[in-house]
Write a new protein. Structure first.
Length: 202
């Protein structure tokens, strides 16, 4: 039944289905990614920030996500300028990992409605062309109904793909920005702890 309904959309349904599969695949990948990493407001990262603000060293390793990798690089850096460079480099690397799939989502959000519109135009063209060749009123009405169904299915599918892509894109962008902001806060807290240690020994 579902395949029959989708077949009413015409040839344009093929790229629309391909886009929908890509969007769903990216959505599942991003869900697993952020579920494993945890959001910036999770108790795990709040505890790390709290320990840093109290002058403690969180027991994080490079395997503990972006924040752990950042702290590992900062500890190995030689001076303040090196730590600044390590921070910028880490932000660039982690941003690329967190933004994986966003280009495809942007393309799906833009192409979905356009492909739906294309399906609308081709459906109307096919309908009007068939109506011009029919002399039987009943046959014309049947052909017109099929053409309208094709128009509606393609348009709805294009809008659905675009909406899903935009939702996934916005959610991933929000998580990415909050995680990068967390990394910057952790780096600043780490730098502040080093200054305090220098002043206490001085």
């Amino acid at each position: 039944m579902l395949l029959q309904q989708l077949s009413l959309g015409g040839p344009v349904m093929v790229p629309l289905l391909a886009l929908s599969v890509a969007v769903v695949t990216i959505a599942v990948d991003r869900f697993r990614f952020w579920r494993q990493l945890g959001t910036a407001g999770s108790p795990r990262w709040q505890r790390v920030e709290s320990e840093l603000s109290q002058g403690q060293t969180p027991p994080l390793q490079s395997s503990d996500g972006p924040v752990g990798r950042l702290l590992a690089r900062l500890r190995e850096a030689g001076g303040e300028s090196d730590r600044q460079l390590e921070l910028q480099l880490s932000l660039q690397k982690e941003r690329a990992s967190m933004a994986r799939g966003e280009r495809v989502l942007e393309a799906a959000a833009a192409l979905g409605p356009l492909l739906g519109l294309l399906g609308t135009v081709t459906g109307l063209m096919r309908t009007f062309s068939g109506l011009g060749q029919q002399r039987d009123t009943a046959a014309s009405a049947t052909l017109a109904a099929a053409g309208i169904a094709e128009v509606l299915v393609a348009t709805a599918m294009g809008i659905l793909v675009a909406v899903l892509a935009i939702v996934v894109l916005r959610i991933n962008a929000a998580y990415r920005q909050s995680q990068l902001a967390l990394m910057e806060r952790v780096a600043l807290a780490h730098e502040l702890n080093l200054h305090r240690q220098v002043q206490s020994h001085g």
